[in-house]
Every structure is written in C-alpha cells, then in structure tokens.
Design a binder for this molecule. Structure first.
Ligand code: PLP
Length: 363
C-alpha cells in the first residue's frame, strides 16, 4: 500500500535547475538577483510597500519585536493556539507573553478575550492566522488602534490568504511569513517581514545588514549594531519561482478541502470556520473530531493505513514550559489542541482513501 504523505511541496527541481547553474557558475550565493526578485514578487503579490527576507518566521518575528523596541518586562499579547515560536520570540527578549484564548470556530484570537486582558501598557499584539486563516484580524486591529498598540501578524502559515480581497501582508503594522517545507510556498527554510511603515522599513534595512548603511572610505559604514538573518540566493530562487503559482494552488486546495468536507462533515467532523470576507489558503486542512471520538486513536489508525496525519497545532499556555512559567492555560486553545486533526491536502491526494479510512475507524 502506497503511503499518503501529509505534505507535498509545490516546487520541482526542473523549475529551478537553469538558474541554479547560474548561481553556482557566478559564485553569487548571497545578496544577488534572486533575493531581489523574491522581494519584488512578494511586494507585488501582497501590495506591501516593503519586504525583507529572513532565515525563518522565527527570526522575522524576533526582528519585528526588536523593530518595536520591545524589551525585558514588556507585555505582548499572543494568540494561544499556535506553534511555540510565536511566544518564544517574546520570551527570548525577556518580555512577557500574555496568552489570549481563541475562538473555537476560527481558532483565532478572541476579541472579547483580548479586551479582558489588554490595556495601553501593552507593547504589541501578535495575532496568529491559525493554519493560514486570518479570520477576525480586523476586529483585533480595531482594538489595537483604539489603544495605540502595534499589531504584528504572525502569518507564518498565511501566504496567499486574503481579507476583503486584500492579500495578507498589509493588514497589520508588521507581517511575517514562513517558508518552511510545511508551508504553501517553501524555500527549504526562510521567512519574510512585510510592512507599509517607512520608519520600520528603514530600521530593518540597516539592522538586517549588520548595521551597515552606505560606505565609509572603501568599506561599509556601520551606523548601528546589527544582525545577519539573510536568506541565500538558492532559497530565494525557490521562493520567487512559486509566487506566481500561489493563487492557483490556493484555489485547488480549497476544492480538495470541499471534497473532504462532503465526505466527513456528515459524520460530525467540523472544518475550521472562515469568515465570509476571508479567502483561506488552506495551509493545513484541519477538522475537529466528533464528540466521543479519540483524535489520537484516529491518527494511529490512519498511520496503520499508511496515511499521515497530525494534530492541529498547540495550546501554547499548556506547553510544559509556559504552564510552569505562567500557569495561565486557555481553555478553548487546549480543547483545540486535543480535538483537531490535520489531513493530507494537495493535488493528487487520494481523498476517497483517506475519508474511507476515517469512516472505517468511526465504525
Ligand atoms: C504560527 C507560526 N509561527 C511561527 C512559526 C515558525 O516558523 P519558522 O519555522 O519559519 O521559524 C510557525 C511554524 O510552523 C508557525 O506555525
């Protein structure tokens, strides 16, 4: 029986082979035309004024927090249903992640829960587009604007999603993408920061380049201290090759998701809710399992059938580390960690085989 994998990348060797030869022959492995092209493509695709490439979404998020001057003791509100990187970057700076519970339907930060905890002393809000779904971000943005607190969108999973026809990338003050292999667009590893704020962009331009700006004599002028979180030419080549394919990929993933839903929603599986103004990239196809059904048992059963699946994502406040440190578990988020399943979603996946296996398990 052939194994059905959870993920399949949307890039092949043939698509990059010619330019790869150029990179090796020129010896230009960093800061070359592929990086410039990927930045250009990202800006055109999202309509963002400024884009920066990084080594990952984690380093992108860290740089966003640094852009905002976040330091030890500062409070940052974070969506609780996410991958730990969302809170780790706050913790790493000695700042305090304040976990905000999520809506059971969209899996995203609840505006009501945010209002209960936030005040104008907070230095930022990190809203996560859970599994690529930006539903509810405008309500959170409204709260941030009322309190004058900057909004960072952890869109690690959300490239290709849009709200009211606008691509994710221009909604928040700062937006981060991930290009990890589980994402729709992968560069192996990698990330990006997008912003329309010229001041933030000018700061990032210098800081992401070791603090250099222009020249001093024959060398660079280091006007500040800085970092190297740069993406390589090979990664950037993989990246720009995929941008133009994104919309088509998103449409096809939505059709596959609909096909799954037709088979398993009547059995009590519920799909992640997407608000009407949102177009979801279906970065991960997630369902909640029916009441009384063991999610872990289902994952094991599917594995026996050579079908890969996994949990939705994590309740950050219930992780061993954050529970012991802050003891502030968020209930909806914990419920979602225990009751969601991610199913394989890509072009040639055998939906019937997966859904038949799920129905067999229920029986
Ligand atoms: C919501 C979210 N934020 C951040 C990250 C970290 O991304 P990266 O692996 O590119 O650092 C992930 C990774 O899956 C994620 O899902």
């Amino acid at each position: 029986m052939q194994k059905i994998k959870l993920i399949k990348p949307y890039i092949s060797y043939d698509e990059v082979s010619n330019e790869l030869i150029d990179i090796f022959e020129s010896g230009q492995f960093t800061k070359g035309k592929n990086v410039d092209l990927f930045i250009k493509e990202l800006k055109e695709y999202t309509n963002a004024q400024h884009a920066f490439l990084t080594t990952s979404a984690t380093t992108a998020l860290t740089m966003c927090l640094k852009t905002l001057g976040i330091k030890a003791g500062d409070k940052v509100a974070v969506s609780d249903f996410s991958f730990p990187a969302t809170a780790n970057v706050v913790e790493d700076l000695g700042a305090i992640p304040v976990f905000i519970d999520v809506e059971l339907e969209t899996y995203n930060m609840s505006a009501n829960e945010l209002r209960k905890k936030i005040d104008s002393s907070f230095k930022a809000v990190i809203f996560v587009d859970a599994l690529g779904n930006p539903s509810g971000i405008n309500e959170i943005k409204q709260i941030c604007q009322e309190l004058n607190v900057p909004l960072i969108e952890d869109a690690a999973c959300a490239i290709g999603s849009s709200v009211n026809g606008e691509k994710v990338g221009t909604i928040a003050d700062l937006t981060c993408f991930s290009f990890h292999p589980r994402k729709l667009l992968t560069a192996g590893e990698g990330g990006a920061i997008l912003t329309d704020n010229a001041k933030y962009a000018a700061w990032l331009q210098v800081k992401l380049n070791h603090g250099a700006s222009g020249f001093k004599g024959k060398g660079l002028d280091f006007i500040d201290f800085g970092y190297n979180y740069r993406m390589s030419e090979i990664q950037a080549l993989m990246g720009w090759k995929q941008v133009k394919k994104l919309d088509e990929i998103v449409s096809r993933r939505n059709l596959i998701a609909d096909e799954y839903a037709q088979h398993i929603e009547p059995k009590g599986f519920n799909r992640q809710v997407v608000l009407s103004e949102v177009h979801h990239n279906i970065q991960s196809l997630i369902f909640t399992v029916p009441n009384g059904v063991s999610r872990d048992g289902l994952i094991d059963y599917l594995a026996d059938q050579q079908i890969e699946s996994t949990i939705g994502t994590y309740c950050l406040s219930a992780s061993t580390y954050y529970q012991s440190r802050y003891n502030d578990i968020q209930n909806n988020s914990l419920w979602l960690e225990n009751n969601t399943i991610t199913l394989p979603c890509y072009d040639d996946v055998d939906v019937t085989r997966v859904t038949n296996s799920i129905i067999q398990f229920l029986n």
